[in-house]
Design a protein around this ligand. Sequence first.
Ligand code: SF4
Ligand code: SF4
Length: 213
Amino acid sequence: MKILSETIALEKLHELKTAFAETITTGYGHRAKNCLTCETQGACCLDAHFVNVHITRLEAAAIESVMTGWTEERRHVVQKRIEHAIAVYELDADGETFSKTYACPLFEKGIGCLVHKRGKPLACIAHGCYENKEDLPPEDLLIEQEGLVEKLNELTYQKPATWLPLPIAVRLSGLLHFSTEDGDRDQHSEKNDVIPDRKIAPGYRLNKDPEEQ
Ligand code: SF4
Ligand code: SF4
């Protein structure tokens, strides 16, 4: 089996996700609710009863690489939120991981998804709020992309990909080694009126760059 370096695999992952985002935007997104005018912005990412986004090791490496480019201050805040989410929502790498839900620590009020440009999980790219179920992107589209991401993982790490809750996967990627004592950094959706008809995993499609804030 041909081995890919992580650097090359991350580029391929980015290309794959960019193409997938284009497919979703042009083919389906125009029928979804506009995130920029959404009155519950962030509900899709912060609903701790709903969010269960899982990612692979390579995607965690992509998120880690985005975080590495942040200011120390932002990285610290998000690292704390990740650890807090793991503790509060009892996230784990073992067992029925998809049954646990959490408020995503990568959501930033006033900005949106902090990894929108290069680290956004597939499920989040596919997500949107649709009036009609028929307008949702077909599930097969996402499944196909997940298969491609699994292949990239295998070519890079030489073992089958494991899907883990995002906070766990990012922590395991090696960046986060700190205590959980700063326990007040959790964030919640302020409203419970999350739009229905969502797919299993949420997303958030504001296009602001956190470094432009
Ligand atoms: S995806 Fe999130 S921000 Fe966009 S319309 Fe739905 S709840 Fe609002
Ligand atoms: S889009 Fe996904 S990764 Fe980004 S903040 Fe929302 S749930 Fe988290």
